[in-house]
Every structure is written in structure tokens, then in C-alpha cells.
Design a protein around this ligand. Structure first.
Ligand code: SF4
Length: 180
């Protein structure tokens, strides 16, 4: 009479599966890939744009964080890096670029000018790009150090990885369409 093979217990199956498989939530896996493959569009208008170049260069090497694939087309980018003074006249163009970017998309305001208008307290300078587009991370400084910019990118990565809610993004409406 043939002997029947005993079925392995659930514990045995779990132990064996640990040797070749790991489990995670699909959301976490997607967020992990997303945060480590940001494609930035550098919107450099002034001195901060020059500083941003050093962040991309070999010394500070943004590539270590997976964000070195700089794109000059909004349709190929998901991180808008605004580096420099933004005038009121540039506002509609900035919004137009933001709207053309891929979802999900993120914004970093680099430096005092992009974050608050900097020392330009004048009618023609926008007193912070968050007046027209939703900003995820503000990087202080005039200009910010490359380390501060890297810290901003890391903060954004953490926000993505932790699935942090972004009400400023969810509630955003194009301010120029509102005025029409
Ligand atoms: S924050 Fe300072 S360094 Fe950056 S664009 Fe403004 S003036 Fe230039």
C-alpha cells in the first residue's frame, strides 16, 4: 500500500517562503519606486539656478537619490524645482508648466525668492510661488546650500514613502482660471 505524503503545516510553508519571497503592500512598493526615481524639471531664473547646478554635479551628486534625470519638458518630469526669483508676469507660465507635468507631481521651492519673494518687496515680484502652485517643500536660504537642497529632496522622498496627505495639492485650483 502506497504511503500518503503528509501535507506541510502552514508554519513550514511560511518558513520556506521566507527564503525566496518577501511581502509588502503594493502601495508601498509603488511609493518606493516613485520616491527613488524623481525626474526634476529645473525652473532656474536667477542665482539659485546656478546653485542648483552644483547639486547636480559630481560633488553633491543628486544621482545618489535617483533624481539626476533632469528633464526640460514638463511632460517628462514629475518634480518641479523652482530656483530663483519669480515675477508676477511669470506666474501664468509657471502654472502652465505645472499643469503639463505628469501626475503625481511634486514641487520644491528652492531659496528665499521662490519661497517668499526674498528681499524683493516690490509689486512685480511674486511673494512666494505657493500663491499660484502647490509647494511640497520649501528650502530656506539665499542661496540655500547644496546640502539644504539635498535635505529638501530627502524630505520629499520621506513624504512620498510615508503616503503623507497633501491637502495643498488636493485643494489646488488654477488661480488664473479663477480670475477669468
Ligand atoms: S534666494 Fe538669493 S540666491 Fe536665490 S535667487 Fe533669490 S537672491 Fe538669488
Amino acid at each position: 500500500m502506497a504511503q500518503s505524503t503528509p501535507f506541510p503545516s502552514q508554519t513550514d510553508v511560511d518558513e520556506v517562503s521566507k527564503s525566496f519571497a518577501f511581502t509588502t503592500r503594493l502601495d508601498d512598493l509603488v511609493a518606493w519606486g516613485r520616491k527613488n526615481s524623481l525626474w526634476p524639471l529645473p525652473y532656474g531664473t536667477a542665482c539659485c539656478g546656478i546653485e542648483l547646478m552644483s547639486v547636480m554635479g559630481p560633488k553633491y551628486d543628486l544621482a545618489r537619490f535617483g533624481a539626476e534625470v533632469v528633464r526640460f519638458s514638463p511632460r517628462q518630469a514629475d518634480l518641479l524645482l523652482v530656483a530663483g526669483t519669480i515675477t508676477e508676469k511669470m506666474g501664468p507660465i509657471l502654472v502652465h508648466i505645472y499643469e503639463q507635468m505628469l501626475e503625481p507631481k511634486y514641487v520644491i521651492a528652492m531659496g528665499a525668492c521662490a519661497s517668499s519673494g526674498g528681499f524683493y518687496r516690490s509689486y512685480h515680484v511674486m511673494q512666494g510661488i505657493d500663491r499660484v502652485i502647490p509647494v511640497d517643500v520649501f528650502v530656506p536660504g539665499c542661496p540655500p546650500t547644496p546640502e539644504a537642497v539635498l535635505d529638501g529632496v530627502i524630505s520629499l522622498q520621506k513624504m512620498i514613502g510615508d503616503h503623507k496627505p497633501r491637502p495643498w495639492r488636493d485643494n489646488w485650483v488654477n488661480p488664473y482660471e479663477q480670475k477669468q
